[in-house]
Design a protein. Structure first.
Lengths: 112, 131
């Protein structure tokens, strides 16, 4: 499988506590992306942040560390990412989703 | 439902403290609050260990409720600042200035050392390869 050089980076900002059918939302998104055959996905956990509610989530204060920021990043062609968006809509009820252009320089090893 | 986990953890930690500090006081004697120091040091080690192991750069990605159960609940219930304060006051009121000062110095130093040790132990686990 290959990604075109002109690709798109999909970023999904959610919380550690968000769930989808009982499993962590970040995990559900990655599994759904894999099921959809997208090129790859990466989950990052944040140390500090706030969102629409303006509530601060921080690893520094124990009481405020119970819903740390999670970011899911997915890179693939524009068409495939856009086809995935409706699936995503059904999973996320609160969160930030962004798209940006990405230039793919390398994807995995050259074999196959 | 997070509060329920905190309640359960606090109950376990509190009873654990009752048991552990009683055991230490019985074995070591009642002239100096060794029991309180012991639970505070053990709890400090555990919270330092858990925070680093399950933190944003930690190896374990656990559910927030599990973290709050262990850290706010069990560690919170197990350790006690109020007993430390009261026992220091009691020593002061008895005119045991030296023991009161020793209690303050030892508690702070030992708990901080324990939390650092817990952090270092978990950081070593985080760095382990292929585990």
């Amino acid at each position: 499988m290959q990604i075109p050089r002109e690709a798109v980076l999909l970023r999904i900002f959610i919380g550690e506590r968000d769930r989808h059918h009982g499993r962590p939302l970040y995990e559900a998104i990655v599994l759904k992306a894999r099921e959809a055959g997208l090129a790859g996905a990466t989950v990052l956990r944040g140390v500090l942040g706030y969102g629409r509610s303006s509530r601060i989530h921080t690893a520094k204060i124990l009481r405020l560390s119970d819903d740390l920021p999670m970011v899911v990043e997915i890179v693939d062609s524009d068409a495939r990412i856009r086809a995935f968006l409706p699936e995503l809509d059904g999973m996320i009820d609160s969160g930030l989703v962004t798209l940006e252009r990405a230039e793919v320089l390398r994807y995995g090893t050259d074999e196959s | 439902m997070t509060w329920l986990w905190i309640a359960l953890g606090s109950a376990i930690g509190g009873v654990g403290r009752y048991w552990a500090s009683g055991l230490v006081a019985e074995r070591v004697g009642a002239a100096f609050p060794w029991g309180t120091i012991t639970v505070n040091v053990v709890g400090s080690f555990i919270i330092g260990f858990l925070a680093t192991l399950t933190g944003p750069d930690g190896r374990l990605l656990v559910h927030p409720d599990a973290r709050q159960f262990l850290m706010l609940g069990i560690c919170g219930g197990f350790t006690t600042f109020s007993s430390f304060s009261l026992q220091t006051l009691t020593l002061l009121r008895d005119g045991e200035w030296l023991l009161a000062a020793a209690n303050i110095a030892l508690s702070v130093a030992a708990c901080l050392a324990a939390v650092v040790l817990g952090h270092v132990a978990a950081a070593a686990l985080n760095q382990l390869r292929g585990a």
